[in-house]
Design a protein around this ligand. Structure first.
Ligand SMILES: Nc1nc2c(c(=O)[nH]1)N[C@@H](CN(C=O)c1ccc(C(=O)N[C@@H](CCC(=O)O)C(=O)O)cc1)CN2
Length: 282
């Protein structure tokens, strides 16, 4: 029987721990406060920023959203980030991705003070991640590891195959899976004969952004499948995995919606708490 890895439920469960941590901080007079910078008018980003706002409000985390026009220059974003970096009231900063094409995401993200980098995407924090000395991790990757542990999926010695080499999901997830003693492969658009490799996966993660990309002929029976894709097809949200044909073959699988998306928001909030605690030495 296939088990559904329910991200919504897990986020709710994890949220209780987060709430307890926030309450403890508040008792000590510490009120976590973070900022989201959203540049441009990407419709999906607008949804995600609203989701974060709702989640932060529910947990009692203070949040400011800076909505900037698509014409925003690099100098203007830098000026805003510099101001937030210097503001002692602000514990965390994140810039919503994707950003308009004329901006270089690596340069913009790197302007954030690593101590306030909720996404863990500054070059300093990426270096720390690969060295094993990290204190904040990209939320989707951290959430996937926590979800697997929550459902009792052992990573030590397992073959983990990740499709997608993005800085935000594929690469950090590979680092965290390695830390859990898994054997990790990252596949991408230039990988030859993808199915030959995906069929070796005990744990298969797809972060491609293409509906129906992972089909039943790419699966090792009994695998655990994590679908990070969020694609809109005829007004419906679907993942990368052809769910109906893949799910009967596997041991566990995440749904879309209600899988990795809600966990990402949850772990962004955890990032804010981790940074706040660190800043106050708690
Ligand atoms: N700076 C960042 N930018 C982006 C990140 C990130 O972690 N940091 N991740 C994604 C967007 N994202 C959060 O920012 C996010 C993605 C998905 C969801 C979510 O709840 N999805 C729901 C469906 C919601 C819908 O589209 O209707 C689900 O999967 O069930 C929330 C946040 C890219 N950018």
């Amino acid at each position: 029987m296939t088990e559904l890895l329910n991200g919504k439920e897990f986020a709710k469960f994890h949220g209780q721990h987060l709430q307890a941590e926030i309450d403890q901080l508040k008792e000590k007079g510490i009120f976590p406060h973070f900022c989201v910078i959203n540049i441009g008018d990407d419709p999906a980003s607008a949804v995600y920023v609203r989701t974060k706002k709702r989640k932060a409000e529910k947990l009692g985390i203070q949040q400011d959203i800076f909505q900037l026009p698509s014409s925003t220059t690099e100098a203007e974003v830098f000026a805003l980030i510099d101001r937030l970096n210097q503001d002692p009231e602000i514990n965390g900063i994140m810039v919503q991705l994707p950003m308009p094409k004329h901006l270089d995401p690596e340069k913009v993200l790197d302007r954030i003070d690593p101590e306030k980098d909720v996404d863990g995407l500054t070059s300093t924090n990426v270096g720390r991640l690969w060295q094993g000395s990290h204190f904040v991790e990209p939320a989707t990757a951290a959430g996937i590891i926590a979800l697997l542990k929550h459902y009792g999926v052992e990573l030590t010695g397992k073959n983990c195959v990740i499709i997608g080499r993005s800085n935000i999901v594929g690469k950090p997830l590979a680092a965290l899976m390695l830390e859990e003693n898994a054997t990790v492969s990252i596949l991408h658009s230039k990988t030859q004969n993808l199915a030959r490799l995906t069929k070796t996966a005990d744990i298969l993660v797809s972060a491609v952004g293409q509906a129906g990309f992972v089909t039943k002929d790419m699966i090792k029976p009994g695998a655990v499948v994590i679908d990070v894709g969020i694609n809109r097809v005829d007004g419906k949200l679907v993942g990368d995995v052809a769910f109906d044909e893949v799910s009967p073959l596997v041991k566990m699988i995440t749904p879309v919606p209600g899988g990795i998306g809600p966990i990402t928001v949850e772990f962004l909030m955890e990032g804010v708490i981790k940074l706040t605690r660190r800043q106050y030495g708690r």
